[in-house]
Design a protein around this ligand. Structure first.
Ligand code: HEC
Length: 134
């Protein structure tokens, strides 16, 4: 009888802890879809500055490139928009479409190395997930 009581008490305590954990997790998840997260680690910023920022900033001479992507504007975007831009960045880099070929022909040192490409891709992917994913 004493043992049965003990089993009951332990189950009750476990259930309380479990439901508390589930509640807390769902809070974290729903919080994630509301708040835009835009973080750029120093090594990624360096790659962007070297190979992308010159064309994709507010003062860029090319309207087309800054309309499609403006790094100065990223932190002001709503989550859904930001995820869309990050997805385009991922694809542009993954497909080797960016930086533009004619630019690389002129400035070969701006070409992304394999490790630069991987860093940009995993940065974009992580940030997409932190903002609720696709
Ligand atoms: C020499 C200028 C230049 C550089 C450097 C450059 N881009 Fe672009 N980018 C453009 C232009 C121009 C367009 C618009 C192309 C078009 O619409 O045909 C564009 C478009 C894009 C787009 C939108 C593509 C789409 O599907 O709508 C993305 C994303 C992008 N660039 C990412 C990058 C990234 C990331 C880098 C650095 C690795 C980079 N770009 C470097 C000029 C540049």
């Amino acid at each position: 009888m004493k043992n049965l009581f003990l089993v009951f008490t332990i189950s009750a305590i476990s259930l309380t802890i479990l439901s508390f954990t589930i509640k807390n997790n769902s809070k974290v998840l729903s919080g994630n879809t509301d708040v835009t997260v835009y973080e750029v680690p120093a090594d990624v910023q360096e790659i962007i500055d070297n190979s992308c920022y010159g064309c994709h900033n507010t003062d860029s001479e090319s309207t087309k490139s800054k309309m499609k992507l403006n790094f100065d504007d990223m932190s002001n975007l709503k989550q859904g928009k930001l995820v869309g831009k990050l997805h385009r960045i991922y694809n542009a880099v993954n497909d080797g479409d960016m930086p533009l070929k004619k630019f690389i022909d002129k400035y070969p040192d701006k070409k992304l190395s394999d490790s630069d490409t991987e860093k940009l891709k995993s940065w974009a992917n992580d940030l997409m997930n932190k903002n609720g994913g696709l």
